[in-house]
Design a protein around this ligand. Structure first.
Ligand code: C2E
Ligand code: MG
Ligand code: MG
Length: 570
């Protein structure tokens, strides 16, 4: 192995140069502003000049015998280097741009030229590389790699890099620094409703507004589709980050004029502080993200500082998520049935299938806790299909008893967008041998109004099968009456929140009365959800509501209990 610090002269001497040439090479090598390095035929570093050390910051004695960093940069993949070596071997040289990380952690961009040197027998004896630091001349490809083309802000890659750099800086100087992660609330909705141009304008304006809220030394990044990040360096107190967050929320909540429309976009922000909330970039990012999720749960236009309890929640959720993946296979899911009762006669005319998860350690978990996880992970598609098949199969037994019986099954938004939903419903019916008119599919009001034209199409396809459709939780979303009129629906289910205070609350009583009247004018059956007290039943009866569902008659119950109820009240 050649010793470190060897000059070009000795390498030149070895390749047959005379002493005068060798001395000249030596001067040139040591004084060149270009970085020069020499490797053996296997690409292992033999020596490099002072400019090489200056630009890369590497410790030459440690680097000799290894691939020089420029030939093993993390920013280029294996294929890139395979192509480089192939060209070098075939043509004797290679030129191009390389990104690499200096020993300080900073990213630099270099123009590299590398050529092979052969002996008289034609064998490669050395490779000689030269490069210059071109970091200041931002090339298009560099810019594309590290900067967002829309907002011109540095992107997630640079965020990671800068964050690490700033953490090290803060650690060395015993300083506090903050990371803010920002999510534009309802960006997707704005994109879908007003189009991509409006979405882009929103992001651009948000970027501009963020820049006005921070000091010159602070850096704003576009870290994802609708996500931004800010590094606040050298803050005196965590409250300083909160002040910036408040300023951002205020600035970004100003309406935005796009295509003659006033758009209100709000932001939620999660904050992590170095060193209290993390001692490395991974933890700082994770914790700011946990805080951002918490802020989103708190509502629109909020910010949250990271708290360790957030990780406990996230961990709990992760555990539930992995358990849920196995729940179907382990037969831990089951359907409970809640009777739906005809108010006039007190007869049970159907039941709503409501999903339950019997967790082996945590006991019975209600759907409100695990359905959001199932939706986020996509598991809802298989779970939803299972509920549908199970409900059809179980209800078919009760239907065969003679009395009419409709089973209702809830559909989630993801299922409703599933292309093969119609064929899943069709095969569930045919496997159970169930007439389609005895199955009612429930979609929520907010789900149906999200993209009403799509809803209309899907509902028409489902309706062609002959199934019934119900709008669930009616009154909690914003319905367009013109769509409600066009949707081929059969039933409106009045949300429990309107029933709670009737007949005592005049306002709620009037709302319920109006919903019943409107539903009847559209020829829809009305089911009141969450009926718990007798006076509610009287009010509903007086106002012509046909059916009810609620704890007063029965909570959702397992199959054997439901069968007892059905045998008495059918
Ligand atoms: P939902 O479809 O509106 O179901 C009615 C909810 O109200 C049920 O809660 C039921 O137990 C509850 N409830 C019924 N009567 C009363 C009452 O008198 N008082 C009170 N306080 N509550 C009453 P559950 O079973 O916890 O289900 C909650 C939600 O989870 C359902 O609301 C539905 O949106 C969703 N869900 C349940 N099963 C499924 C399913 O199989 N698929 C999908 N996608 N969602 C489901
Ligand atoms: Mg329902
Ligand atoms: Mg409901």
């Amino acid at each position: 192995m050649d010793s470190p610090g060897k000059t070009l002269a000795s390498a030149a001497a070895r390749s047959g140069a005379n002493p005068a040439e060798s001395a000249f090479f030596d001067v040139f090598f040591n004084n060149s502003t270009e970085a020069i390095f020499i490797t053996d035929p296997k690409g292992r570093l033999i020596t490099a000049n002072p400019s090489f050390i200056g630009i890369t910051g590497v410790d030459l004695s440690a680097a000799v015998g290894l691939a020089p960093p420029i030939l093993a940069s993390e920013f280029h993949d294996r294929e890139f280097y395979i192509a480089l070596w192939r060209t070098l071997k075939r043509k004797g040289g290679w030129k191009g741009e390389i990104l690499q990380r200096r020993a300080s952690g900073e990213i630099c961009r270099e123009w590299l030229s590398i050529s092979s040197h052969k002996n008289s027998g034609g064998e490669v004896t050395h490779y000689v590389g030269t490069f210059t630091d071109a970091s200041n001349q931002m090339s298009q490809s560099f810019s594309k790699h590290y900067y967002d083309s829309l907002t011109k802000l540095p992107n997630r890659l640079l965020l990671q890099d800068r964050l690490e750099f700033m953490i090290n800086h803060a650690r060395r100087n015993n300083e506090l620094m903050a990371l803010l992660l920002l999510d534009v609330d309802r960006f997707k909705m704005i994109n879908d409703t007003f189009g991509y141009e409006a979405g882009d304008a929103l992001l651009q304006t948000t970027a501009d507004r963020l820049l006005t809220c921070v000091r010159d030394v602070d850096v704003v990044f576009r870290s994802g589709d609708d996500e931004f990040a800010i590094i606040l360096e050298e803050i005196a107190h965590p409250e300083d980050a909160a002040k910036v967050a408040r300023r951002i929320l205020k600035t970004c909540s100003e309406p935005l004029q796009i295509d003659n429309c006033e758009i209100y976009a709000t932001i939620c922000i999660g904050i992590s502080i170095f060193p209290t909330d993390g001692d490395g970039k991974v933890q700082m990012l994770q914790n700011a993200e946990a805080a951002m999720h918490r802020a989103r749960e708190m509502g629109l236009n909020c910010f949250e500082h990271y708290k360790p309890s957030m990780n406990a929640r996230a961990l709990e959720r992760l555990t539930l998520e992995s358990d849920l993946r196995n729940a179907l296979g382990r037969c831990e899911l089951c359907a409970f049935y809640q009777p739906q009762v005809e108010i006039k006669t007190g007869r049970v005319t159907g039941a709503e299938a409501l999903l339950r998860w019997k967790h082996p350690e945590l006991g019975m978990i209600p759907p409100t806790q695990f359905i959001p996880i199932a939706e986020d992970t996509g598991l809802i598609l298989s779970i939803g299909e299972w509920v549908l098949r199970t409900a059809c199969f179980e209800a078919r037994k009760w239907q065969k008893g003679g009395a009419p019986f409709v089973v209702s099954v809830n559909l989630s938004a993801n299922q409703f967008q599933q292309e093969n939903l119609v064929s899943i419903v069709e095969s569930s019916l045919s496997n159970a041998g169930m007439p389609p008119e005895l199955l009612e599919l429930e979609i929520t009001e907010s789900m149906s109004m999200k993209s009403p034209e799509e809803t209309l199409k899907m509902l028409r396809n489902l309706k062609e099968l002959g199934v019934r459709i119900a709008i669930d939780d009616f009154g909690t979303g914003y319905s367009s009456l013109s769509y409600l009129k066009r949707f081929p629906i059969d039933t409106l289910k009045i949300d429990r929140s309107f029933l709670m205070d009737i007949p005592d609350s005049t306002r709620d009583s009037e709302i319920v009365k109006a919903i019943i009247a409107m539903a009847h004018s559209l020829n829809l059956t009305v089911i009141a959800e969450g009926v718990e007290m007798e006076p509610q039943v009287q009010y509903l009866l007086q106002n012509g509501c046909e059916k009810m569902q609620g704890y007063l008659f029965s909570p959702p119950v397992p199959v054997p209990e439901f069968e007892k109820i059905w045998s008495i009240y059918k």
